[in-house]
Design a protein around this ligand. Structure first.
Ligand code: ATP
Ligand code: MG
Length: 346
């Protein structure tokens, strides 16, 4: 009998120290080997029923420092928390969260958690998960915030192990009522994120298209705010209301909250109207002393990303707007660095 290159026990230890499920490990391997292993196969390897292929063993050993970890151990943090808000619907809030999460994990090798704060479950769906199943399992942000579900038990690993997610579904529609019924309900999200903040480098909060209590909770918990806006009058006219909400939170619960900038989205440079609205957007940014990032173009790849349950930048790393998302990522990482330096000095 040939000597095994890796025992089942060794594999299990490698997997569990990375907090990966058997399913999560299978997905990671498939990503790297282009095969189609599944949970049952990993189980057979771990139980010694099937031999672990030499190349799989070698890959796992070699990449043990770089393979994404799923739910990571407490080694990084405290995470910088970015909230993505705009009360206007359909301005690519969720698309920004999902694509930034992908870049931060895949490119910058950061440990990333996305928290879906929207009852529409858009981030959950965009990351390939099915909210009704998660509702049945009681694994959503609603259950974490209001039904005592430990946040670690609600986290699912998505995007082939690159992005962790606290999912949401329709139950979160009751969030504002539940928050209103609690003492300090708008600080509940701070408390639950506190339990995982040391496990991640970046936490991204995807907000619904309104400035209700769940959005205010997200602002209370965040360090940075990103405001995506498409070049349309109704979106641009809504920005002062967002800035008012941010200011209110800065003056009460969260004085250190900063605005990273405005991210123009869904921009079509062939349309003269879009060009004119971009000028308006730049004016609003300048009047309020805010940075404006280069625009994300209107492109079908972003629709395809949603349909595929994948970040568009994973489908096409050169998608129109990739450079703009990278610029946002760099700005966030720089702000995180500055924040940590300030914290060390204080
Ligand atoms: N840059 C883009 N180019 C073309 N289509 C886009 C782009 N960004 C988003 N879309 C399309 O618009 C839809 C809405 O985008 P997204 O869900 O990111 O917006 P949102 O602001 O989060 O919406 P909501 O307010 O409902 O939460 C997507 O499902 C996608 O089909
Ligand atoms: Mg959304």
């Amino acid at each position: 009998m040939t000597e095994r290159t890796m025992t089942g026990e060794e594999l299990k230890t490698l997997r569990t120290t990375r907090k990966l499920s058997q399913d999560g490990l299978a997905k990671l391997l498939n990503e790297q080997t282009k095969r189609s292993y599944d949970r049952a196969k990993v189980s057979k390897w771990e139980n010694g029923v099937d031999r672990i292929p030499d190349d799989v063993a070698a890959l796992l050993r070699e990449s043990s420092a770089t393979v994404p970890t799923g739910i990571p151990t407490a080694s990084t943090g405290p995470a910088t928390i970015l909230v993505v808000i705009n009360q206007k619907g359909g301005v690519q809030k969720t698309g920004s969260v999902v694509n930034l999460a992908y870049l931060l994990s895949h490119k910058a090798k950061k440990k990333v958690l996305v928290v879906d704060c929207d009852a529409q479950g858009s981030a959950t769906i965009h990351l390939g998960m099915y909210p009704p199943d998660l509702e049945i399992e009681g694994k959503t942000l609603f259950h974490v915030l209001f039904r005592k579900k430990p946040i670690l038990e609600s986290i699912v690993t998505t995007c082939d192990g690159l992005i962790d997610l606290v999912p949401s579904g329709i139950s979160l529609a009751k969030a504002d009522t539940e928050i209103g019924a609690m003492t300090n309900g708008e600080l509940r999200l701070n408390t639950v994120l506190g339990a995982v903040r040391d496990r991640y480098d970046v936490i991204l909060l995807d907000c619904p298209p309104h400035l209700g209590k769940i959005t205010i909770s997200a602002l209370n918990a965040a360090n940075q705010v990103l405001i995506p806006s498409n070049p349309e009058m109704l979106s641009i006219m809504g920005i002062p209301a967002i800035l008012e909400s941010v200011e209110e939170v800065q003056q009460t619960v969260n004085p250190d909250l900063s605005i990273l900038g405005i991210l123009p989205t869904r921009y079509d440079q062939r349309r003269s109207q879009d060009k004119a609205r971009m000028q308006d957007l730049a004016g609003v940014a300048a009047d309020n002393g805010l940075h404006m990032f280069p625009p994300i173009k209107n492109a079908v790849i972003y629709v395809e990303g949603v349909n595929a349950g994948q970040p568009a930048l994973k489908l096409d790393p050169n998608a129109p707007g990739a450079e703009a998302f990278e610029e946002v990522m760099e700005a966030l990482l720089e702000a995180a660095k500055q924040g940590k330096e300030t914290a060390n000095v204080a």
